[in-house]
Design a protein around this ligand. Sequence first.
Ligand SMILES: Nc1ncnc2c1ncn2[C@@H]1O[C@H](COP(=O)(O)OP(=O)(O)O)[C@@H](O)[C@H]1O
Ligand SMILES: O=P(O)(O)OC[C@H]1O[C@](O)(COP(=O)(O)O)[C@@H](O)[C@@H]1O
Ligand SMILES: [Mg+2]
Length: 556
Amino acid sequence: MENEVHMKVVNGEDGYVLEDVPHLSDYIPNLPTYPNPLQDNPAYSVVRQYFVHEDATVIQKIVVHKDSQRGIHFRRAGPRQKVYFNSGEVHACIVTCGGLCPGLNTVIREIVCGLYHMYGVSKVIGINGGYKGFYAKNTIPFNPKFVNDIHKRGGTVIGTSRGGHDTKKIVDSIQDRGINQVYIIGGDGTQKGAAVIYEEIRRRGLKVAVAGIPKTIDNDIPVIDRSFGFDTAVEEAQRAIDAAHVEAESMENGIGLVKLMGRYSGFIAMFATLASRDVDCCLIPESPFYLEGKGGLFEYIEKRLKENGHIVIVIAEGTGQELLSQNWNEKDASGNKLLKDVGLWMSHKIKEHFTRNKMVLNLKYIDPTYMIRAVPSNASDNVYCTHLAQSAVHGAMAGFTGFTVGLVNGRQTYIPFNRITEQQNQVVITDRMWARLLSSTNQPSFLGAIEVANAKENENAAQSLEGENCKNNSAEEDSVAKLPKGENCKNDSAKESAAQSSTVENCRNNSAEEKSVAQPSKGEICKGNAAEEESVAQPSKGENCKNNSAAYILNA
Ligand SMILES: Nc1ncnc2c1ncn2[C@@H]1O[C@H](COP(=O)(O)OP(=O)(O)O)[C@@H](O)[C@H]1O
Ligand SMILES: O=P(O)(O)OC[C@H]1O[C@](O)(COP(=O)(O)O)[C@@H](O)[C@@H]1O
Ligand SMILES: [Mg+2]
C-alpha cells in the first residue's frame, strides 16, 4: 500500500507559515457546494459573523519578541459559509480507540447532536469496539434520543480496544457501508491510525472526510493546550491524594503513596500535586530519581518524617521503569510497552529500607489509576468536549479532511495529523512549571549540576527560536534555562509569585494551562478573556497577548 503523506504548507510574509489541513477538493475535482444550513438556524442567526473567515488562522507560539518571525499557524476551526455535503447525503460514523478517558461519551453525544441539529444529518452510526469494530462487529445506530444522557456516564457507549488496525479492511468497510464522514476519537496511536486511513481513502479517491478528536488522559499529545478529560482526571486524583494524606497523618511515621496514570508524561501527577499542596514528593517519568544515599529519596523521606511525622508521595506509573523492568519487553495489543507496577515496587523498597534501619513505618499504597479515568467528565471538560465535537463536525461538513481538531491558545483549530503524531508532549523539567512544583513540595530535584546543564541544553536545542518561544501546551512554560541559577517560580495555591531574573520573566497561569510571557522591555500587556475571542498575538506592534477565560496573570 502506498504510504504517501500529503503535507500542505503555505508560506506568507514575515515568516508566516500555515500548516494547513487537506480538503476533499484537493483530490476530487468539481465538487458541488451548498449554503451552510446554519444560516437559517434561528439559534445561530443572531451571531455576528458566525462563519469563520476562510483566511482565519491561529498562531502556535504566542510569546514573541519585537523582531520575531510570525511563525507557525493552524487553520481556525468553525463553521464555513459553504459546505461540501448536503444533509441527506451524509452518512457519518464515530469510533473510539485506546484507553478510556473522561469525556468520551460527551464527544460522541455532541457529534451526533451537532450533525442532527446544526446540519440536519440523520444517518450517524457508532463503530463498536475500536478500529477492529469496522470489520468485526455490528454497528450501532445513533440519534439524539439515544445519546441524550450518555455524557453522565464514564467510559464509551460504543466500547474501545487496542490493536486490530487493519487499514485495508477498515477502508473497505467504510466504502462498502457508504460512510462519508469518519470521526475518530483516540490518542497518539489512534491518530496515527486515522492518518493512514485518510491516506488510503485519498488514494482510492473517495469523498470521505476523516476527522480526529484527540483523546489522552496522560495529556501527552503535543501542540494542543490540553486534552479533554485531563481536568477531570486531576480533580479525581485529588480524592486519592486526600485519602493518602489523611491516612499518613493519622499514624506514626505515616507514608501515603499514590500512583497516578502517566505512561511517558507526568502531567497528571504534576498538576494533582500542585493542586493538592499536601504532597511532599512527586515523581514523574521525565525526571530521574534515585533511592539511596545523599540527596536520594530515602534520605528525604527520613527528613520529612522527622520534621513532620508523615509524608505523601505521588508517583506517575511510567516513572523509574528502567529501575524495575530491565529486559522486560512485553507490549499491549497496540504495541505500547506494558508497565510494571512502580507503586508496589516503591512501597517494598521503602519498607525494606526502613525495616533495615529499624524505623517504625506505616505505609499505605493507593492505586486509583483506573478510577480516575473511568469517571464521567466534569463540567469544564463537558464544555470543552462539546466545543471539540462541534468543531470536528463543522470541519468535516466544510470538506476538510485528514485533520485533528485541537485547542491552540484557547482557539479551536484544525491540525494536520503528522503534527500531533510525530512527537509526544512531556513535562519539561527545565520549565518554570516543574520548578514551581519543586518549590511547592520542597523535594530534592535528584539532579546533579551536569544533568541540569544537559537538560537545559537539550531544551534549548529543541527550541527553534532561541529565547522567544514558550511551548504552548497545558503545562509547559518558557524555559527556566534562561533564568540565572536558583531563580525559580514559586507557587502558592491562589497566589503565585514568579521570581525574576534581572532581565525578564512574567509568567501567567490558568488551572490547566500555562503560558509564560517574557517582557524584555515595556508596553507588553496581557489580557484574560473569553475563549472565543479574536486575535491571539500581535507580534508587529504593541505585543499584546490574550488568553482564555480561566487565565490569570502573574506579574513578578
Ligand atoms: N502506528 C500506528 N498505525 C496504525 N494504527 C495504530 C498505530 N498505533 C496504534 N494504532 C492503533 O490505534 C488504536 C489505539 O492505539 P493505542 O496506542 O492503544 O491507544 P491511543 O490511541 O490512546 O494511544 C489501536 O487500535 C492501534 O492498533
Ligand atoms: O488501558 P490499559 O491497556 O490498561 O493501559 C493503561 C494505559 O492507558 C493510559 O491510561 C492511556 O494510554 P492511551 O492514551 O495510549 O490510551 C495510560 O496512562 C496507561 O498506561
Ligand atoms: Mg497512546
